[in-house]
Design a protein around this ligand. Structure first.
Ligand SMILES: [Zn+2]
Ligand SMILES: [Zn+2]
Length: 270
């Protein structure tokens, strides 16, 4: 068995907070599993990569901020042009989001007369099986169990605990510190945690600092930590690379296990 065939494993498609930068899509993480693969979040720039993932079984959307969900329509339209016998993909979306996504699809029809029978006009029924997940209720997919866990964010947001082959990956999505991490990340082999901030969040928006991500990793006994959801506003990307390294050092002050920094197209093993 080659290293590349070990499952589960994680490939970063995009790891930007907010809108993409050249070469840096917004949030999107492919988890390779025994029976396929699942995509966690589908932010701007992620569809181009996800559409070529032949083994894609399902997409899970953590919350309806555009940096986590906007490319779901683009991905659906891309898949609509692929062979009809292609494996169907289930879109697991937050409670109440299915109607929003169908309305989004209807706003961008193929013809000037409005939505018609073409599959690109009916992405959320003809391309995706669209299912609203319930926080706390596990879902069996691609030989794995995916548990949505309600986190603490400006919009209702679920992280995902993905268990397969006796191993567990926990993805924080967007969140502030919350006791939910016990359910999400307890004893996980790998915690993919947002580290949006350099200082703890003083607002109600709900994000983590890198120090808090390190504290969570230590408190809940995870084996490895991948920091992600990079935010920067007006400084050059080169400076941001330095900033990313500094985020790793902040987490390392609290967590002595392996710490990696998310980079597009990098694959991490559990
Ligand atoms: Zn975000
Ligand atoms: Zn958000």
């Amino acid at each position: 068995m080659t290293i590349a065939s070990h499952v589960p494993r994680l490939t970063v498609y995009g790891c930007r907070a907010g809108m993409p930068e050249p070469g840096w899509p917004s949030s999107g993480y492919l988890v390779h599993l025994r029976g396929g693969a699942v995509l966690l979040d589908c932010g701007p720039g992620v569809a181009a990569k996800a559409a070529t993932a032949a083994e894609l079984s399902a997409v899970f959307v953590s919350h309806m901020h555009v940096d986590h969900c906007l490319d779901l329509l683009t991905l659906g339209k891309a898949l609509a042009y692929q062979a009809r016998d292609r494996r169907r993909v289930t879109a697991y979306v937050p409670p109440g989001a299915a109607a929003t996504l169908r309305q989004l699809n209807e706003l961008f029809p193929l013809s000037p007369h409005g939505p018609g029978p073409h599959r690109t006009d009916r992405v959320f029924s003809d391309v995706f099986d669209t299912v609203e997940y319930a926080p706390g209720e596990p879902i069996e997919v691609a030989g794995a169990t995916v548990q949505p866990v309600l986190m603490r964010h400006r919009l209702p947001c679920c992280g995902f605990r993905v268990s397969s082959n006796g191993q567990t990956l926990a993805y924080s999505a967007d969140t502030a510190m919350t006791p939910s991490f016990e359910h999400l990340a307890g004893d996980a082999d790998l915690l993919l945690a947002e580290a949006t901030l350099t200082e703890p969040d003083s607002t109600e928006h709900g994000h983590l600092s890198a120090s808090e991500a390190g504290q969570i990793a230590a408190r809940y006994g995870v084996r490895g930590l991948v920091l992600t959801h990079w935010a920067h506003t007006d400084h050059a990307w080169l400076a941001a690379q330095g900033e990313r390294a500094a985020q790793g050092e902040r987490a390392a002050q609290h967590f002595s296990g392996r710490i990696d920094l998310a980079v597009p197209d990098h694959t991490f093993h559990l």
